[in-house]
Write a protein that binds this ligand. Structure first.
Ligand code: SF4
Length: 382
């Protein structure tokens, strides 16, 4: 057994563990465990510095998870875009391929709680159906392995999936979404990277949320992936009490770059049942982005996005930099709030306003299950 597998075995993973190790009331611990599984491996547990700190909040259950919030279990409406059990096909040229239900740490904010941890819903038995679906759809050129955490699979099971994908001529890019470099960096072994490098072009997106997660072990894991020719990006989630602070986020982004990880997305927390206590106002995210851009390298700036409720996909959010127009000049402000004007290039042919509106509001062919855009919902400022 490899070290990472031994560490998994030693995880906190039951209501009883919550009672014995953290003093939870037994009834509460059992309820929390039945709502969403508990698993915290010893490595991630060792990052906790005190009760209620940003690491604790991400992995130790909270009674707030049980509050009746009437929020959806499937906030991104993934099931509506799932033609076969293992696949979510939302965007034209790429799919999400769910490979395992297991994770080395179950994040309390997980947006896929309805499936994660349940091997009846995601497992190797659906892999061939997924490969068949991808093979039958030549428009799919990019496949994102997810779950659960694909690196919970053994090297040989993961390789079967990668080899299956590489046998499909129209699959150009494979991406692996994994939290392992952050939560159990010992999973990144030289045996694993040697196998992975056979399946380029391969990308990894990992998931660090707080600078305390950027340890020497995590750095080594990320460097091993990058040294194997795999670009590594980071998808962080903005969470109350974890990283909803510009200084914390700046430190995280800088540390990621030092670990050779490119900040990719900063997600506004999804509206997920049992995770409402993690949500922050959007203004907090915009303020953080305002305090990152210009204050550190552009390389360290993630895209701040909301994954639109109901399945609209990722929508980028930016602080306001364009303040208006003065004739042909665009009036802008920089990161220090100094005002500048940029003389725009005259348009060759003025497009009538009605045409612009028509272009903006034009109806696209939408799948039947999706709502049609309603222009009257938009309020235009005068
Ligand atoms: S690692 Fe990902 S899939 Fe697993 S619990 Fe955390 S957020 Fe959910």
């Amino acid at each position: 057994m490899e070290l990472w597998q031994e560490m998994l075995r030693a995880s906190v993973d039951s209501g009883k563990d919550l009672v014995d190790r953290f003093g939870f009331d037994k009834g509460l611990a059992d309820k929390l465990n039945s709502l969403f599984h508990i698993r915290i491996n010893p490595y991630y547990l060792s990052l906790i510095r005190s009760q209620g700190d940003p690491i604790w909040k991400q992995c130790i259950p909270d009674a707030k998870e049980l509050e009746e919030d009437n929020l959806p279990l499937d906030p991104l409406n993934e099931e509506a875009d799932s033609p076969v059990p293992s696949i979510t096909h939302r965007y034209p040229d790429r799919v999400l391929f769910l490979t395992t239900s297991q994770c080395s740490m179950y994040c309390r904010f997980c947006t896929r709680k309805r499936k994660v941890g349940d091997s009846g819903k995601i497992s190797m038995k659906y892999i061939q159906t997924g490969l068949d679906y991808i093979s039958a759809h030549p428009e799919i050129r990019d496949v994102i392995l997810s779950g659960g955490d694909p690196l919970m699979l053994t090297d040989s099971n993961l390789e079967k999936i990668l080899a299956g994908l590489r046998a499909i001529p129209h699959v150009e890019i494979i991406r692996i979404g994994t939290k392992m470099p952050c939560v159990l960096p010992m999973r990144i072994t030289s045996k694993l990277t040697k196998m992975l490098r056979k399946y380029h072009p391969l990308y990894v997106n990992t998931h660090f949320n707080h600078p305390w997660e950027c340890t020497a072990e995590a750095k080594k894991a990320c460097e091993m992936l990058v040294d194997a020719g795999i670009p590594v990006g980071n998808q962080a989630v903005l969470m109350k009490g974890v990283n909803d602070d510009a200084d914390v986020m700046l430190e995280l982004m800088r540390k990621l770059l030092v670990m050779r990880v490119k900040p990719y997305y900063l997600y506004q927390a999804d509206i997920t049942k049992g995770a409402n206590h993690f949500r922050t106002p959007v203004s907090v995210g915009l303020d953080i982005m305002d305090k990152l851009r210009g204050h550190t390298s552009g390389l360290a700036i993630p895209n701040y996005v909301i994954d639109a409720p109901g399945g609209g996909g990722k929508i980028p959010l930016l602080p306001q930099y364009v303040l208006g127009r003065n004739g042909n000049n665009i009036i802008m402000r920089n990161y220090k709030y100094d005002i500048y004007q940029y003389p725009d290039v005259e348009e060759e042919e003025k497009v009538p306003e009605t045409m612009v509106e028509k272009k903006f509001l034009r109806k696209r062919k939408r799948p039947a299950h999706k709502k049609t855009y309603q222009p009257e919902q938009v309020q235009v400022e005068s």
